[in-house]
Structure formats: C-alpha cells, structure tokens
Design a protein around this ligand. Structure first.
Ligand code: ADP
Length: 474
C-alpha cells in the first residue's frame, strides 16, 4: 500500500503530517498516508506544468496507446484495486470490481477519442481569408474528487484530460486516498510520463485549493462532489477566470406508471437505488409511483430491499456495505425519522445497525408526501421514499421541483408515454425502462445546480480543450 504523495512520478514520504484511512466496516484505521499541505499542491502543479508541454507534443496516437495501456493495466489489477476500494470505501467487492471495469473503460474510450479531436476550416464570409479552428489542451488541470467512486471519479477526469494533452493534479477525497495513489502508480507503469499525473491527498482541502488556484500554471478546475462545495469552488475559480467542469449533487426521481412491468421496475429500482450501497449521485432519491400500483410496488421493493445482505463489503455474501462514516448514518437516520414524523409509513423498517462499523439497513417509506423534507434532500443511503401520484402533470411538476437535475428514471409499458415524460424531465440523464445508465460512451452530467459540462462521450474530451482560431491568408 502506498502512503506518500505522488508527485513527478515518485512517491514522496517526507511530509510531517499523516492522515488515517478508516475501514468503514469496522471503524478501524487501516493505513496512514501523508497529509499533503498547500505547498505540496503547489509542487504538484509545478511538476505538472513542467511535464505538460512534452506530453502535449506527442502525437495523438502515441498518447492514445498510453491510455490504452492504462486500460489494460488497471484491468489486470482488478482484484487488487477492488480490494483497496472496498477497504477504504466499504462497498461490496462485486460493486468494487464493477467500478474497476468502469474506471478502466474511460481509458479505452478516451484512447479512441484522443485520435479524433476535430477542428474546422471555413472560408470567411468576406472571402478574404480562411478560418481555422483547433482544440489545444487547456494545460494543467486541478481535479477534486469524492469518496464514493475512489477509482472511477478520478479516471473519468484523467483519461480525457490526458487524451487531450493536459497534465493533472488530483486531490482525492481524504477518506479514499489509497485507490487514487495506486491508480496513478499503475498509469505510470503503463507509460504515463512522470509529472503528467500527480496525486496529493490532504485533509486541508480549502488550503490546498486556495494555493493551487493561485498558481499561474493552473488553468482549469474539474470537480465532482456536493453542490455546496462546487458553488464555493466556482466562486474561488472565478478569481482567476479558470475553466470549470462541475459534477454536483442529484435528487433523482424514479417514475413508475401503472402500466409498467413491475418486476422490471423493481429490478431497475434496485440498480438505480442500491448499487454501490446507495452512495451514488445518480441514485433514485424519490419514487413517484402511480396510485394504482403504489402499494404493490412498495411491497415488492420492500421484499427486494429486505433481502439484501448488510455487512462488510469484503464478505462475499454482502450486497449492501457500510456507509462511509458515522455522520453519514446519522444524517440518513435523521431524514428517515423526519419523514416518519411527517406521516410516512415504513414499509420496510431498516434503520441504524449496532456497530462496529457505519451501517444502515435498507428502508422503504410508503405514503411519503411530495413536499416532505426527505424528497428535497440527497439521501445518499439505502432509503427509498415512495410518493403516490394520480395526475401525470402534477407528478412532472413535483419531479422537476428541485434545484437538482442530474438523473431521472421512467418506467412504463407505453414507450411513447415514457419518452414524452422523459423529455419533460429537467435532468441531464434519463433512464427509460432502465436503472443503469453510467457509460463512458454517453455524456454524464447534470442540468440546473447538478453541474456544468459533461464527462464521457465525445464531448468529454473537449471539456479539457481550448478553442483556438487562426485567421489565415494564403
Ligand atoms: P462530501 O460531503 O461527500 O465529502 P464534498 O463536496 O464536501 O462532499 O467533497 C468532495 C470533494 O471536495 C472531497 O475531495 C473534499 O475533500 C473536497 N472539498 C471539500 N471542501 C473543499 C474546499 N473548500 N476546497 C476544495 N475541496 C474541497
């Protein structure tokens, strides 16, 4: 297990402060890593800046081959990376293995995109000259990532950034630095030159960010995390008019019409709600179910949620791991208690679980009111609130009545109905009769306060590019 800061291709174990990595299944410390300082962030930016030009000067095919090697190297280390993810994040091993495949896939996808960055040429309307448009890399990108996908939230940014010719400085979440450090090391083994990827875990996120933003070489901030933190970073990035990409919070509606195949809807709900122990920003947060099937759906979902095995992620039988830490459990529990006080009926009463570890058992709440507090908050835990509806218009209003706009889901046997409701939902990603939608080949991102920009697809790589126009006379 690596413990040093990863700067300029080597591990630096010299820092005075250490941060403890906790296994959320036991509450025990499993490792210590160097707790980076703002000055370490500045050093990392300098290393990135020194490495970036020669990386960008390589041919796109050469960069593409390196990305492809990162893909196969990460996959070849699936067992090791999955074990690290489970140890520091807590998710079940099967989910962790899925995350490694997903994380690696960003390298394969962007290896394919790196050789297809397009420009444009046109004749100026006057006929006097040509307009040539090209897309050079931004330069050095500061990346700040959360703990819920310790590998994939990083590779989703690194892979397109490197494909476009940038160098990066990553600040992983302090809860999950081990996977980040190992991913960077493996990418280096796969051929990423020293300095192109730097990783500096720190508990002083604000100090680190202040220092990194003020470095002249830093030209972009790419963030995944809460809307509150994103808003703060946007304000600070404005001081230097940095390019930004923001993947922020969600509050996903999951709509089930009375004509839906309920078995498929429950299966999709289990994926949309429960994968990665329900700690995802695309997680179904509010279930809007047509009244005619609301009780039936609540019952079936309760059976499915109740059959999950809550336990340490490393146990092969576990299908719902611990939450990231005790404050997360307390937050979830307060939301559930508030909903029950406001009249919700526990169709599956899960709740807190005696320690050690930070567990919360799956819970289904029926008869939730559309204006209940729990419908307005990102739960980030295994709780499914069900709101019955009769009127589609009102349901669409409720679903859209949030400042968030990341993911939504619609189930109906009438594809035309599902599509037309899907198009009216103000969310960046809509699953139609489908509970899983994250895909490196699709544009991931949110509307409204859920974010700015998209990751993945073909636009993902352009997020890390500038646009330059050359007016040419010949
Ligand atoms: P969470 O509550 O899930 O930890 P955050 O949005 O606070 O969500 O955290 C996501 C990432 O943002 C983490 O890497 C965290 O350390 C980082 N972060 C939090 N506050 C700041 C800040 N003021 N400046 C820079 N990064 C921050």
């Amino acid at each position: 297990m690596r413990s040093g800061l990863f700067i300029d291709g080597t591990f630096d174990d010299g820092g005075a402060r250490r941060l403890e990595v906790i296994d959320p299944a036991t509450g025990d410390a499993i490792a210590e890593v160097i707790d980076g300082t703002p000055a370490d962030g500045v050093r990392a930016v300098a290393a990135a800046s020194a490495a970036q030009r020669s990386w960008a000067a390589r041919g796109p095919r050469e960069r593409s081959e390196v990305l492809r090697a990162c893909w196969s190297t990460l996959l070849a280390h699936t067992d090791e990376l999955a074990a690290l993810i489970t140890a520091e994040n807590g998710k079940p091993l099967a989910d962790a293995r899925g995350e490694v495949a997903y994380a690696a896939e960003f390298f394969r996808w962007n290896a394919e995109e790196a050789v297809r960055i397009r420009g444009e040429m046109a004749t100026a309307p006057s006929g006097a000259n040509r307009i040539i448009v090209r897309h050079p890399p931004v330069g050095v990108v500061a990346m700040i990532t959360p703990w819920n996908f310790p590998a994939a939230m990083i590779t989703r940014k690194i892979a397109p950034a490197l494909g476009a010719g940038n160098a990066v400085v990553v600040k992983p979440a302090p809860e999950t630095p081990l996977t980040a450090l190992r991913v960077a090391e493996l990418c280096t083994e796969a051929g990423v030159p020293p300095g192109v990827i730097n990783v500096t875990p720190t508990t002083d996120a604000a100090g680190w960010f202040d220092a990194v933003v003020d470095e002249r070489a830093t030209r972009m901030v790419s963030f995944t995390g809460s809307t509150a933190t994103g808003r703060h970073l946007l304000r600070r990035a404005a001081d230097r008019v940095l390019k930004v990409a923001m993947e922020l919070g969600g509050n996903a509606p999951f709509v089930v019409f009375g004509d839906a195949d309920l078995d498929a809807a429950v299966e999709g709900a289990m994926v949309a709600k429960m994968r990665h122990s329900a700690e995802t920003c695309t997680a179904a947060n509010r279930f809007f179910v047509e009244s005619s099937v609301a009780d039936d759906f609540a019952e079936r979902l309760s059976v499915a949620m109740g059959s999950l095995v809550v336990g340490p992620g490393a146990e092969p039988s576990t299908t719902c791991g611990p939450m990231i830490h005790d404050p997360a459990v307390e937050r979830i529990d307060a939301l559930v208690r508030g909903a029950v006080d406001a009249g919700a009926r526990p169709a599956l009463a899960g709740g807190t679980v005696e320690g050690p570890g930070s567990f919360y058992a799956p819970t289904v709440l029926a008869d939730v009111s559309p204006d209940a507090g729990i419908a307005d908050e990102e739960i980030f835990g295994p709780v499914a609130p069900i709101i019955a509806f009769d009127d589609t218009e009102r349901m669409v209003e409720w679903a859209n009545g949030t400042e968030m706009g990341l993911a939504a889901y619609v189930y109906s046997g009438d594809l035309g109905r599902a599509m037309s409701v899907g198009e009216r939902l103000e969310f960046g990603m809509v699953g139609i009769n489908r509970g899983a939608m994250s895909d490196p080949a699709a544009p991931f991102g949110g509307m409204k306060q859920s974010g700015l920009g998209r990751e993945g697809a073909s636009e993902g790589i352009y997020e890390f590019c500038e646009t330059q126009y050359l007016a040419v006379d010949w």
